[in-house]
Design a protein. Structure first.
Length: 493
C-alpha cells in the first residue's frame, strides 16, 4: 500500500477544481442569461418534486439519514484501515489496485493501462472523479480517444462544454440546443432530427452502440466500494454503465478514496438513500456490482485506481472532513436558491452547488477557491435535503473563518473588512461610544427612498452596490426600553 495516507505529506488537489473567475463575477455573468435560468428552474423544480414524493413514502427516512451519517463518520475515523482492507479484497479476487496521490499521477496510471491494453480509444461511464482530474484531456494528449456514454455527459462532450450539475451535467441545455449539437457532431444522424426526447435518445443510442461494440477498454467511477468483499458498485439510469462494465475486456475504475464503505449491510442503507435523493426514484434502473475478475464472464482485467487529490488534506480538518461524507446525490444543488439562479459553471469546479462550495476549497486549499464558501445564503435547505445529514451551513461558516484567518496571516496591510470589524469592536466595547454611534446611525434615515436605503457613501457603498441597507428605526432599543420601564431605565436585574 502507498504511504500517502500519512496526513502531513498529503498533496492538495489539482485538476478541474479551481475557479478561474471568482464566484461573484462568474455568477453575475450567469445571472444575465435568461435561458439558463429558465432551464435550471424547470429542471430543479421537477427533480425536487419527485424527490419529495418518494422520500415521503418512507416512515423511517430520518433514521436512514442518521444511519448514513454514522456509517460515513465511522469510515472516516479509520479510512486507512478500510482502504487497506478493500485493496486486499480486490487483489484476492483477481483485480489490481493502484494508488494515485493527485490528478497527474492518476492520469498517468490510466493512460499507461490503456496503452498496455493496446487500445486507441475507451468508453466511459459517467465519473465525477475522472472529470475532476481532467482525464479525457490527458488521454487525448496520450493519443487515446475517450467516448462519454452517459447521455448528458455525451451532450457536454460533443458540445465542447463543461458539466454544470453533478447528476445532470447538461442541465443548462434545452432540447433545441441538444438537437443542434447532435446534428452538428454526429455523423450519419437523421438530417430531419426533431427535438423530441425520444428522437434525441434514439440518435444517441445509435451513436453509442457502435462505440460499445468496438471498445475493448472501459473507464468507470464508483458510487461505493465495499471493503469487506472488494465489491464495486455503480448506479445509473440508462444502461450505458452496464454496457461499459460488462462488454470490454479491460475495466479501469477511478474512485475517490472516500467512497469506501465497510460492509454490505452499510451498502443497504445507501442504496435506499441515494436513488431517492438523486433522481427521485425508489431504486435506480441499473445497479451494477462486480468483485474482481470472473473467468469467462465480463472484463478479464480489472484495475482500481484509488485517488487522493486533496482528500487526505480535507480529512486532516476534524470539522471540514464532514464534506467527505458526500454520496454525490445532488439533492443540495436542487434545493439551493443560489445554484438555481447561477447554475453550476459559476462555481468553476466539477463540484458545483452547496457541496462544491465546501468540498472544492478543501481539496485545493482555500486560497484557490476563496470565494466559494461565501456563495451561499446559509438558508439551511441543503442540510435539510442531504441524505447523510452533512451540516453544510456550519461547514461554510467554518471555511469562511479559516479563510479570514489565513488572509490575516498572509496580509501585511489589514483588509478593509478587518479595519471595519476592529472599529466596530472598539465602539461596542464602551456604552457611551455605542450610544453615540446609534445616534449618528439614525441620521441614515435621511438617505431613505421609498422605505429603503439603496445607496450609501464609500466605503459603505461596497454593500449597497448589490443590496439595500435597512433603514435605522426611529427609536433605539434603549429609548424604547426607557419609555416602557421608566422605573428601571437602565434595565437593572
Ligand atoms: S452534500 Fe449531501 S445532498 Fe449534497 S450531493 Fe452530497 S450527499 Fe447529496
Amino acid at each position: 500500500m502507498s504511504t500517502f495516507l500519512g496526513l502531513p505529506t498529503a498533496p492538495r488537489g489539482v485538476g478541474h477544481l479551481h475557479q478561474e473567475v471568482p464566484f461573484p463575477a462568474a455568477a453575475r455573468q450567469a445571472l444575465s442569461n435568461g435561458q439558463l435560468r429558465r432551464n435550471l428552474r424547470k429542471a430543479t423544480s421537477t427533480i425536487r418534486d419527485k424527490r419529495a414524493a418518494v422520500v415521503s413514502e418512507l416512515p423511517d427516512w430520518e433514521e436512514l439519514r442518521a444511519a448514513g451519517r454514522a456509517i460515513k463518520a465511522r469510515t472516516m475515523a479509520d479510512l486507512g484501515g478500510y482502504l487497506t482492507q478493500l485493496e486486499a479484497a480486490v487483489q484476492e479476487r483477481g483485480g489490481t489496485v493502484h494508488w494515485a496521490r493527485d490528478a497527474s499521477e492518476a492520469n498517468q496510471i490510466v493512460a499507461r493501462l490503456v496503452r498496455e491494453a493496446g487500445s486507441p480509444e475507451v468508453v466511459k461511464v459517467k465519473s465525477l472523479a475522472t472529470d475532476e482530474i481532467g482525464l479525457n484531456d490527458a488521454l487525448a494528449a496520450a493519443g487515446i480517444t475517450a467516448h462519454e456514454t452517459d447521455l448528458a455527459e455525451l451532450i457536454v462532450q460533443l458540445g465542447r462544454d463543461r458539466p454544470s450539475h453533478i447528476l445532470v451535467p447538461a442541465i443548462h441545455r434545452n432540447r433545441a440546443e441538444i438537437r443542434d449539437i447532435f446534428s452538428r457532431e454526429m455523423a450519419d444522424v437523421d438530417p430531419g432530427l426533431s427535438d423530441e426526447p425520444a428522437a434525441l435518445a434514439e440518435a444517441a443510442r445509435r451513436y453509442l452502440r457502435r462505440k460499445f461494440l468496438t471498445a475493448t477498454v472501459a473507464i468507470s467511477g464508483a458510487n461505493f466500494a465495499v471493503a469487506e468483499t472488494g465489491t464495486l458498485c455503480v448506479v445509473e439510469s440508462e444502461g450505458n454503465g452496464r454496457m461499459c462494465l460488462t462488454l470490454p475486456r479491460t475495466l479501469i475504475t477511478v474512485m475517490g478514496i472516500e467512497k469506501v464503505i465497510p460492509s454490505w449491510t452499510d451498502l443497504g442503507v445507501f442504496l435506499q438513500l441515494l436513488p431517492r435523493s438523486s433522481t427521485g426514484e425508489r431504486m435506480n434502473p441499473y445497479t451494477s456490482m462486480w468483485t474482481g475478475v470472473t473467468p469467462g464472464d465480463g472484463p478479464q482485467a480489472f484495475h482500481l485506481v484509488l485517488l487522493d487529490n486533496g482528500r487526505t488534506a480535507a480529512l486532516a480538518d476534524p470539522a471540514g472532513r464532514e464534506a467527505l461524507h458526500c454520496i454525490r446525490c445532488s439533492a443540495c444543488l436542487n434545493v439551493c436558491p443560489v445554484y438555481e439562479r447561477t447554475g453550476g459553471h459559476a462555481y468553476g469546479s466539477v463540484y458545483p452547488g452547496p457541496i462544491g462550495a465546501v468540498l472544492s476549497p478543501q481539496l485545493t486549499g482555500i486560497a484557490h477557491n476563496a470565494s466559494l464558501p461565501y456563495a451561499s445564503t446559509l438558508c439551511g435547505a441543503c442540510y435539510d435535503a442531504c441524505p447523510v445529514k452533512i451540516d453544510i451551513p456550519s461547514l461554510l461558516v467554518h471555511l469562511r473563518a479559516r479563510h479570514v484567518e489565513e488572509d490575516i496571516r498572509e496580509r501585511r496591510v489589514p483588509s478593509p473588512e478587518a479595519i471595519t470589524m476592529a472599529a466596530a469592536s472598539w465602539v461596542m466595547a464602551n456604552p457611551a461610544r455605542y450610544a453615540a454611534a446609534q445616534a449618528a446611525s439614525r441620521s441614515g434615515r435621511l438617505l431613505r427612498r421609498r422605505g429603503r436605503i439603496s445607496a450609501l457613501p464609500p466605503p459603505l457603498s461596497a454593500w449597497t452596490t448589490a443590496r439595500d441597507a435597512p433603514v435605522p428605526p426611529r427609536q433605539t432599543f434603549r429609548q424604547w426600553w426607557r419609555t416602557q420601564h421608566p422605573d428601571n431605565p437602565v434595565g437593572r436585574p
